[in-house]
Ligand binder design. Structure first.
Ligand code: ADP
Length: 190
């Protein structure tokens, strides 16, 4: 199995690069943001609960997202590997993921961090909000709150994976194709 985490702040391009990576390496894509939006759209109890957090730009509670990831992995146990996009976002989530992968006799092989300046991120998210209709991309206060959540709860994971020797940072500004090649170079070096 090949298991990758695409790491980085909101708007860094994780979704775009995930799409390209799954094509290139035949991996299953797990985006907790996409899974949560699908639950919301389907009007499930979980979706309704999550909505209150998402619309404020707060993180959804760990047990909710961990449960979703566990179900997805169990449903796709034949996969040759996973790319985790927007997960884990907290230390308890990272620990839960390690335990979950151990159940599958596997582990995280690489954490690819997309590094983008905050001003550029705000611009990208507001632009995306004009076409995507995503409730959390509409106003700057919500966006700034997502960055606070990222700084406080998610960024410490960079250290967590650096200590395991799994973290590789990649500049996330410039041409999509050039960024993609830089990511592939790290995967191919494994
Ligand atoms: P972005 O990376 O652009 O913020 P996502 O689609 O990954 O977008 O996430 C959107 C929102 O969904 C987050 O702001 C958060 O409220 C919720 N969410 C997604 N993934 C997680 C997670 N792993 N833990 C907690 N909340 C999450």
């Amino acid at each position: 199995m090949l298991n990758l985490i695409l790491f980085g702040p909101p708007g860094a391009g994780k979704g775009t690069q995930s799409e390209k990576l799954i094509g290139a390496y035949g991996l299953k894509h797990i985006s907790t943001g996409d899974l949560l939006r699908a639950e919301r759209k389907a009007g499930t109890e979980l979706g309704l609960q999550a909505d209150a957090y998402i619309s404020k730009g707060d993180l959804v509670p760990d047990e909710v997202v961990v449960g979703m990831v566990r179900n997805y992995m169990k449903d796709h146990s034949e996969a040759s590997g996973f790319i985790f996009d927007g997960f884990p976002r907290t230390t308890p989530q990272a620990q839960a993921l390690d335990a979950l992968l151990a159940e599958f006799d596997t582990q995280i092989h690489l954490v690819l961090g997309l590094e983008v300046a905050e001003d550029e991120l705000v611009k990208r998210l507001l632009l995306r909000g004009q076409s995507s209709g995503r409730v959390d991309d509409q106003d700057e206060d919500t966006i700034r709150n997502r960055f606070r959540e990222y700084q406080n709860k998610t960024l410490p994971l960079q250290d967590y994976y650096q200590q395991k020797g799994a973290y590789r940072g990649v500049p996330g500004m410039g041409e999509i194709e050039v960024i993609f090649e830089a990511l592939c170079a790290h995967v191919d070096a494994l």
